[in-house]
Design a protein around this ligand. Structure first.
Ligand SMILES: C[S@@+](CC[C@H](N)C(=O)[O-])C[C@H]1O[C@@H](n2cnc3c(N)ncnc32)[C@H](O)[C@@H]1O
Length: 438
């Protein structure tokens, strides 16, 4: 993660430790011999690791946690390996929510922050980061024996913060006996919040990196990274949509037991329907954010039942200067790079000028009036004095799914709806070219 990449993407949270100092693999290798064997040098002399090698990514996480956070950490082979800079972004977003005045700062003058990590995993990454960076207390839950055993080990190996973190087993029996059984049609797994949160407990927030996928085939294996991840970690019948829907239903029961309910969301289409569901159930506030993480993009959603301090007109106003769409069902033989090249030729063939950056997977496009007419097949006299600069970025989401994002150059104004019309044409062309069910 070079400096240039970080600046261009503008993604990392400004308080993230790595925002100005991305991990320096060369320096880490010279300090930690166990990491050294995974570092190699590019022709330009830049230190790199093989992101497809699970052992290399695990060793990187281990040394980063040790070097930058004084955390002693390990996970067994094959368990989901977190990337520290990415996971820190979610923690800092929650920190922003808690310190904002969107909802009143309650807890009767008590400054102790307590969070609830749903599905903490063997890596226990969120409690470890939250406790070490910010001194937060945590309950971290999970369902699998291996996750519970290793989360517990990771906590106990860090006595400086171990008293801040409780690892809690989710009781499967609860699923059968829970009197308050929820009515979700799609989720049939173990309890998530209701039945796990104890009577009278209060939390400032919950967070969750849910099992994203509906099937192991869908989870596939991203050929560009090897973050591990077992069936239990990655897959839930109904996917994240069902899992987060259950969190929403539980939140309706638990209401003010949490000041903020939050979750990561992996698919933009799910974000939309989850936000709609939240409005239906009558939450008082909904917020969302985007986490750009290297070559992937995820979202965060947060909601509360606490009455807001001030009237929020719209919690998430989509900027008309930024547009996105998902390309799902992409044939296996095509990569993000093919899509990027197609975007370039799509605009060039219509007369626009393009500058492709294949390291950052984006293209800067400049279209003039005549180009717009070509693209839109539109002779409208409205298109006068058009001179539009925008960037198209392609993000890998999950195997077979890409996110395409278009953003107007900062400060650029366009005729209302023009970028969106151009984007619609691009979307149609991409679907026709790459998707199984165009
Ligand atoms: C994608 S992993 C996230 C692990 C870790 N939080 C991270 O971000 O790397 C999802 C985790 O949720 C756990 N899980 C699945 N169903 C659960 C439930 N009902 N309650 C608590 N954890 C659950 C899985 O065992 C797995 O460890």
């Amino acid at each position: 993660m070079g400096k240039k990449r970080k600046r261009d993407r503008g993604s990392i949270h400004p308080r993230n430790k790595y925002s100005d100092n991305p991990p320096d693999f060369g320096a880490l290798a010279s300090l930690y011999p166990s990491f050294q064997s995974y570092v190699f040098y590019s022709r330009e002399g830049k230190p790199r690791i093989d992101w497809k090698d699970f052992n290399a990514t695990r060793e990187l996480t281990r040394v980063l946690l040790l070097h930058d956070h004084s955390i002693t950490w390990w996970i067994p082979d094959g368990q989901l390996c977190p990337t520290v800079p990415n996971r820190s972004n979610y923690i800092h977003w929650i920190e922003d929510l808690l310190s904002s005045d969107i909802i009143p700062n309650s807890h009767e003058g008590n400054n102790v922050i307590t969070g609830f990590d749903i599905g903490t995993g063997a890596n226990c990454i969120y409690p470890l980061l939250g406790a070490s960076l910010l001194g937060w207390n945590f309950v971290g839950t999970d369902v699998t024996d291996v996750a519970l055993e290793w989360a517990e080990k990771n906590v106990n190996n860090n006595p400086q913060i171990s008293n801040l973190i409780e690892i809690r087993k989710v009781d499967f029996e609860e699923q059968l006996t829970n009197k308050n059984k929820n009515t979700s049609k799609d989720y049939h797994g173990p309890p998530i919040l209701s039945g796990v949160v104890k009577i009278g407990e209060r939390f400032d927030f919950c967070m969750c990196n849910p099992p994203f996928f509906e099937t192991m085939e869908e989870a596939g294996l991203n050929p560009n990274t090897s973050c591990g991840g077992t069936l239990a970690e990655m897959v839930c019948p109904g996917g994240e949509q069902a899992f987060i829907s259950r969190i929403i239903e539980d939140s309706v029961q638990l209401k003010d037991s949490f000041r903020w309910y939050t979750s990561m969301v992996g698919k933009k289409s799910n974000l939309k329907s989850l936000m709609a569901k939240l409005r239906e159930v009558g939450v008082s506030v909904v917020k969302s954010t985007e986490f750009v993480q290297g070559q992937t993009c995820r979202w965060g959603v947060a909601w509360s039942f606490v009455p807001p301090t001030k009237k929020i007109i719209s919690s998430h106003v989509a900027s008309k200067n930024v547009l996105t769409f998902m390309l799902e069902g992409i044939q296996r033989k095509f990569s993000a790079y093919h899509v990027l090249q197609f975007v370039e030729s799509f605009f060039q063939e219509n007369g626009a000028s393009c500058k492709l950056n294949d390291a950052l997977f984006h293209i800067d496009v400049h279209v003039a009036m005549s180009d717009c007419k070509e693209i839109l097949k539109n002779d409208s006299e409205d298109l006068k004095d058009i001179d539009l600069h925008f960037r198209v970025t392609v993000f890998e989401q999950i195997p077979g799914t890409l996110l395409v994002k278009g953003s107007l150059k900062p400060g650029e104004n366009s005729k209302p709806g023009l970028l969106s019309s151009i984007f619609q044409k691009l979307e149609d062309a991409l679907r026709k070219q790459f998707c199984n069910h165009a």
